[in-house]
Design a protein around this ligand. Structure first.
Ligand code: ADP
Ligand code: UDP
Length: 236
């Protein structure tokens, strides 16, 4: 597979075309951003850690029956993935209250959510990713009702599989964000699952092991990601 020209440069990854129109190269950069790109820093090793972490998690999800974009790890910081027609919404499941839910609803961080909640956000940095519901998504033509139902089903399935995986490593999966796209008409998990897009707390101490360390200036960001990987048995 030959890498061709850059298709899109996002805040943390660069997407390249390949000589096969069905596949893309995702390059995980060290750039780390928060607050819709207002805070940006380069964190050594983060691209490598997230690329390998994402490949590991997506393979676990494939084994559990979730169709994902992943094809092949190409290098430390690059992976070959299916080229998806991305649905421009983020799917967020929460097992405990944190982040924007606390700000929006005035609830305390760490409250258990039974059952877990599901939220859609429109991918739009300028508008600060506003929350949208099923009606907005169908009315604006971002996805069909059937695709919405499937995104919810798959996101809850991911929650089930990964909550167990992280619990076995002594961590609590607090919340996470997924993005889906279409590959030859099939709904497929795209983008990434890394500590950049989820919240993980140590089960005993509740210490944050995810991007909140960066958002809140706690330091030791990549070191925490490496600790998460190590606890899952992933050799980086
Ligand atoms: P952002 O666009 O939010 O700044 P990134 O830096 O992670 O985020 O950029 C990656 C971009 O590539 C995102 O817009 C994402 O929707 C898109 N993308 C991720 N996976 C795929 C895929 N398999 N096929 C097509 N586009 C993808
Ligand atoms: N998230 C993400 N990208 C976004 C927004 C959120 O990966 O553009 C993740 C975030 O890391 C967290 C979950 O989705 O794990 C819920 O995020 P929240 O709505 O609480 O927003 P935040 O306060 O994290 O910006």
């Amino acid at each position: 597979m030959q890498k061709r020209e850059e298709l899109y440069r996002g805040k943390a990854k660069t997407v390249y075309l390949t000589d096969n129109e069905d596949y893309l190269v995702l390059h995980f950069r060290n750039d780390t951003s928060a607050f819709d790109g207002q805070k940006v820093e380069q964190l050594q090793r983060k691209g490598m850690v997230n690329n390998k972490f994402n490949f590991f998690i997506m393979n676990k999800l494939e084994e559990a029956g979730v169709a994902t974009q992943v094809e092949e790890l190409l290098s430390d910081d690059e992976a070959l993935v299916k080229k998806l027609d991305m649905i421009p919404v983020e799917c967020v499941v929460r097992n405990y209250a944190a982040g924007s839910m606390c700000r929006r609803l005035g609830v305390e961080e760490g409250i258990p959510l039974t059952p877990p909640t599901f939220e859609f956000f429109l991918k739009n940095d300028e508008l600060h990713d506003p929350m949208v519901n099923d009606y907005h998504i169908v009315s604006f033509g971002w996805a069909t009702e059937a695709q919405i139902a499937k995104m919810k089903e798959l996101t809850f399935k991911v929650n089930e599989v990964l909550s167990k995986l992280f619990a076995d490593g002594g961590m609590t999966l607090v919340d996470f964000k997924l993005e889906f796209g279409l590959f030859k008409g099939e709904l497929v998990l795209g983008d990434e699952f890394t500590p950049d897009g989820c919240r993980l707390w140590d089960k005993e101490t509740n210490e944050k092991m995810d991007k909140d360390r960066f958002r809140q200036g706690l330091g030791g960001v990549v070191e925490a990601y490496e600790e998460v990987a190590g606890r899952l048995g992933l050799m980086l």
